[in-house]
Design a protein around this ligand. Structure first.
Ligand SMILES: Nc1ncnc2c1ncn2[C@@H]1O[C@H](COP(=O)(O)OP(=O)(O)OP(=O)(O)O)[C@@H](O)[C@H]1O
Ligand SMILES: [Mg+2]
Length: 199
């Protein structure tokens, strides 16, 4: 089995994974796998968490499918997910983490009509850099590339990722974005109540 063939596009919900992945598939023809959609399609669901309005996924079966896809593919496969850490490191080529300024992310999630609780939970995860930090723990900083999607166009983010994947642009690895340093305490506290009641 050839190793290092999975390119991951990760990020908090709303940071732009699906939008960017679609543009990447048009621009550089990579096959795109959406981990959550694959789990739903295959019925890899073990339970539904009512309080968080999310499905609990059977990770073992999902990872097994990704391993088989990577093994059988000649080309890079692009996996989009907000839980990249479940993918075995030895099949991962690199991980692009999409980041979005928390106040812009809040606007995007409000447009989706999400509950205040779900918005706060996800914006707080972005403030704390949960996806980025999990990715660093799982893969090491040297495989991680952050891209800020707050004020760029999805096509430009896709272009940058295609260039980087094809070795035409060299990005600096590691996690550098810390939204906490760019927000006032009031702006942070606004999202603190993510265990409160649904609105
Ligand atoms: N530079 C950008 N890159 C990506 N998306 C952007 C950018 N600028 C604005 N957006 C907008 O942000 C939204 C991102 O939504 P999208 O569904 O792609 O996020 P996601 O990360 O796939 O979320 P989820 O994890 O819930 O599936 C879209 O409405 C998109 O148009
Ligand atoms: Mg998506």
């Amino acid at each position: 089995m050839a190793l290092g063939k999975v390119i991951i596009v990760a990020g908090t919900p709303g940071t732009g994974k699906t939008t960017v992945a679609r543009a990447i598939s048009e621009k550089c023809g990579l096959r795109i796998i959406n981990l959550s959609e694959l789990a739903m399609e295959k019925g890899y669901i073990t339970a539904y968490d009512e309080s968080r309005s999310t499905y609990i996924i059977d990770e073992d079966r999902l990872v097994n499918d990704i391993l088989n896809l990577a093994k059988s593919s000649e080309e890079h496969v692009l996996v989009q997910t907000h839980y990249p850490e479940i993918i075995p490191r030895d099949i991962v080529d690199r991980v692009f983490i999409l980041r979005t300024h928390p106040l812009i992310l809040e606007k995007r999630l409000l447009e989706r009509g999400w509950s205040r609780r779900k918005i706060n939970e996800n914006v707080m995860a972005e403030i704390l850099g949960v996806v980025a930090s999990n990715a660093v723990n799982a893969f090491g900083s040297e495989l991680i590339y952050e891209i800020d999607t707050s004020s760029t166009k999805p096509e430009d983010v896709a272009e940058l990722i295609c260039l980087a994947v094809n070795g035409l642009v060299k990005l600096e690895p590691g996690v550098k974005i810390d939204w906490l340093t760019m927000l006032s305490p009031e702006e942070v506290f606004k999202f603190e109540d993510y265990l409160g009641s649904e609105e």
